[in-house]
Ligand binder design. Structure first.
Ligand code: CUA
Length: 154
């Protein structure tokens, strides 16, 4: 057993599945990426989207984002204070946000799945909550935000 662990770790370069990237949670506002003006979604040249979020007691910044369905979306999330979680119903986006680290998760939001969990508006856009799913203090259950999912043409 030990031999196989050593073999996979060193020979096959096996490592924990998540990305390990450290950040000073007390200085987020002084970084480029997590500064207030730079938060939220941005489109990449290949059509994918990167979303930068800050989790804090008790909410996410920004507190409402809009994302297209059916394209790869990468969330990069850091906490400004304590342990939080990030969960979007109807997707497999679900991660812990640990002080001192950047959490990164990539998924493609499926319109027909989020529509079961959100509210549909007249334009066919679905709004679902973004929940914190790690207990982070007295108002943990009030910590949520919203994502409006737009159907991609075709
Ligand atoms: Cu943040 Cu619970």
């Amino acid at each position: 057993m030990l031999a196989s662990i050593i073999y996979t770790a060193f020979k096959l370069h096996a490592q924990p599945p998540s990305n390990v990237e450290i950040i000073d949670s007390t200085q987020l506002h002084l970084t480029d990426e997590f500064a207030e003006d730079n938060l939220g979604p941005r489109s990449n040249p290949d059509g994918s989207v990167t979303v930068v979020l800050v989790a804090h007691r008790y909410g996410f910044s920004p507190n409402h984002i809009e994302l297209p369905a059916g394209v790869p979306v990468t969330f990069r999330v850091a906490t400004a204070d304590t342990l939080h979680g990030l969960h979007i119903p109807g997707t497999n986006i679900d991660t812990m946000v640990v002080p001192g680290y950047v959490s990164e998760i990539t998924a493609s939001i499926q319109y027909h799945e989020v529509v079961k969990h959100g509210s549909l508006d007249a334009d066919g856009k679905v709004t679902v909550p973004i929940y914190c799913n790690e207990f982070c203090g007295l108002n943990h259950h009030f910590m949520w935000s919203r994502v409006t999912v737009t159907r991609t043409p075709g």
